[in-house]
Design a protein around this ligand. Sequence first.
Ligand code: NAD
Length: 703
Amino acid sequence: MTDLIQYTTRGAVGLITLANPPVNAFSAAVRAGVLEALEGIMADDALTAAVITGSGKLFSGGADIREFNTPAGMQSPNLPELIEKTEAFPKPVVAALHGTAVGGALELSMACHYRVAAAGTRLGLPEVTLGIVPGAGGTQRMPRLVGAEAALDLIVGGRPIKAEEALELGLIDEVVESDVVDAAVALAEKVAAEGGPPRRTSELEDRVTADRERPEIFEEYRKKMARKARGLESPYACVECIEAAVNKPFAEGLAFERETFVRCVESAQSKALQHAFFAERESGKVPGVTKDTATRPIERAAVIGGGTMGAGITMCFANAGIPVSIIEVAQDGLDRAMKTIEGTYAGSVNRGRMSQDAMDACMSLITPSLGYDAVADVDLVVEAVFEDMSLKKEIFGKLDEICAEGAILATNTSTLDINEIASSTARPESVVGLHFFSPANVMRLLEIVRGEATSPETLATAMRIGKTLRKQGVVVGVRNGFVANGMMLPYIRESEFLVEEGATPEQVDRVIFEFGFPMGPFQTMDMAGLDVGWRIRQAAAATRPESERYSPVADRICEMGRMGLKTKAGWYLYEEGSRTPVPDPEIAAMIEAASAEQGIERREISDQEILVRCLYPLVNLGAGMLEEGVALRPSDIDVIWMHGFGFPRYQGGPMFWADQIGLGEVHRVMQELYEQHGELLQPTALLTQLAQEGRSFGDWSAE
Ligand SMILES: NC(=O)c1ccc[n+]([C@@H]2O[C@H](COP(=O)([O-])OP(=O)(O)OC[C@H]3O[C@@H](n4cnc5c(N)ncnc54)[C@H](O)[C@@H]3O)[C@@H](O)[C@H]2O)c1
């Protein structure tokens, strides 16, 4: 037998233990091992029952997703076959669950005749997040155990639950504080002694019979999920499967689930969502940092500057249970910062997203401070003062004098050179960028900026902090705007050129929204505030080449005092208390005048041209960043765009999306745009090379 399964007996009970670290995935060998062990128990008359459990920290993470769409994934017994045989097993089978039992592991557990879980065990069917439906009977057995409404919530929502809630719902039979295997063996002995046929989930009819009387629950659920599931296929496929569980005999429902699974697993969306999943994991791997790289424990932190970003970053630490000092230069600034923090927490409490106790606990971790004494004993400082190089250098000089040896000195700068900031200290190896996005307490993306001198230990610690703060960290190199904001530039620029050439802001925003972004570039700019970009453009004006195309429209909007949503007017108008953009004829007229003034003849612009003009240039620049080494891999760029700017996950991120179109086509269009519109759109060397060689970004990173 494979050593991925341990087999022993406890009295008259055969105990099968999954032993395939790290997550006891149901790979081909594990499936074969479980089946072989069950057959052994069947053949041994001295044994009356079986218990299946997992070794290490968890029961199992489910199917091995690396086997998806591979021959190994279908090798007999495949997971559905193993699960069928488990349920059909003539002797009682009990699942003993601890840690985590998700996906295929929960599907197998539901086919066991009884389920016992250790307190706190996490159970769930997260398949929907990978663009598929549970494909081994999960959508058919779950409604039979918990009813259709709870099944919709768990399967379509992909929401994991704890054993205690699972017990209440009827998903499991027992929760124990004691040893779960002992409890499962005892239960197995008891049901075996009682005799009679095992209780098979597929034969439980009460719940589905009751649900058959209420067909409206499915329509209601579809309406309720419409917003969250916009553009996605798998949530709707899950609803259909659960509907089939309620309305069809078990075998037919199972066949329907199988067909649906096969359709989903082959879909473009599922491939993109699987890519997204692996891209996030991959982003945690960085050259020079291994799991043996020493990290500094972060027991206390300080944030310098309590403005928009500083207040949000402070909350991130408090939310993670880390005591944090927030430092301002004057009392009124400090009071303002604390008021912002308190107000934000109070808002969460009012909306029922946080308890008063949790708010109090967070507030008690935050110490407002004037002056730098507080930084002397912290493990990490995040500087978030005005974007001014001389001010930042002065502050880092001071930190160098006061901070303990080995403390991490981080800056939240969006545009400044971290190497120059580090040069104002005698310990540039301890300096790193921690680039949060606004609002810092909400946005998941964290660019971790590696300077020339940043040590592996500093980088490893910064990456760990990202995890502790529940951020999606991505390591990037030093470059103006780093990766995220740097790539935003051509996206915004082309959207502005498009409106000068004949599109309207609402048309561009509609196309980008329909592609799957939460909103288009103009609405995004209005939300963020137009003054930020205005200031950056003014600062860059002196160095901009005369010949470079430049749209004056955004500047003119700012000159009119329209700074976006916060002033109720920007690219759009906003009614009092509303965030809904309303197209403004005054802006339309101003754009037309700008076109005329520049001798641009306005024309009809197709939706396809808008999509291509907004997105291909950013893919092109992404390729440039890979060449420069500022981004480590194409999938890192995908992660940045998904988490920083809402690039639709089911499109896989810009680089993956471009690979699906084919880089030959992307390059051909870029070349055409370059010839029409000039140097800002010149294809980068890497894009050109990959296109000529018929390769993809995926091929390039696999080298
Ligand atoms: N606003 C954003 O969307 C955003 C996003 C990412 C990064 N950033 C970066 O974060 C930093 C802060 O931006 P912000 O938007 O929070 O600015 P802000 O103007 O809202 O806040 C800056 C704060 O720093 C305080 N300050 C100034 N000098 C100080 C000193 N010597 N000691 C302590 N406090 C001092 C100011 O009183 C002010 O409260 C900048 O480097 C910016 O580039 C901003």
